[in-house]
Ligand binder design. Structure first.
Ligand code: GLN
Length: 186
């Protein structure tokens, strides 16, 4: 696949920043709002935003099941609220999810004191956290690619990728490149 077409779920949240980041990473980015849009892409990013609202919109647009089946064969990258939607288990409070990643997440895990923060991770990534979830458990098949302190913040499982931070808000294109490579390898 020379230049994969990657969709960004554009129901709610910061999808425009992801489109720009994908362009920087060498992919062709398109907005996804319908089943037809979803059928036309090789991979999908679920952006940050508000996961409960996104869930409601997915139900309203009849996209929840199509998204789950898409993830059974194609790569999905979830950031922040997107990470919550991909997780197998969600707490604080519990919430329905696609269950495509074998991880457990706690919503707003850093609490109110830490609404947002920019940190430098050990491997050089600059990570922007905005009311971020914490990945509390990683199950079989999941590899931790980066941590903030002891907490996994960038993890992969086969074709899927999850970040609890916002790589679309920094200049470093490495995380998006990693996802573009995953899509191109399909
Ligand atoms: N706290 C949000 C939620 O639970 C996620 C925040 C984000 O995506 N920046 O959905």
């Amino acid at each position: 696949m020379a230049k994969p077409t990657i969709g960004v779920l554009a129901l709610q949240g910061d999808f425009e920043a992801h489109e720009k980041a994908l362009a920087r990473a060498g992919a062709c980015a398109v907005q996804v709002r319908t089943r037809e849009d979803l059928e036309a892409v090789d991979g999908l990013i679920i952006p940050g935003g508000e996961s409960t609202t996104m869930l409601k919109l997915l139900r309203r647009e009849d996209l929840f099941e199509p998204l789950r089946s898409f993830g059974e064969t194609k790569p999905i990258f979830g950031t922040c609220a997107g990470a919550i939607l991909l997780a197998k288990e969600v707490t604080n409070p519990a919430q329905e999810s696609l269950g495509l990643m074998n991880i457990g997440v706690e919503r707003n895990g850093y609490g109110r004191q830490l609404d947002s923060r920019i940190v430098r991770l050990r491997d050089g990534y600059e990570a922007v956290f905005i009311r971020a979830p914490i990945i509390r458990s990683v199950g079989e098949g999941v590899t931790v690619l980066a941590r903030y302190g002891a907490d996994p913040v960038l993890v992969e499982q086969g074709r899927h990728l999850v970040a609890t931070f916002h790589p679309e808000l920094t200049e470093d294109a490495r995380v998006h490149k990693l996802f573009v490579e995953k899509v191109a390898a399909q």
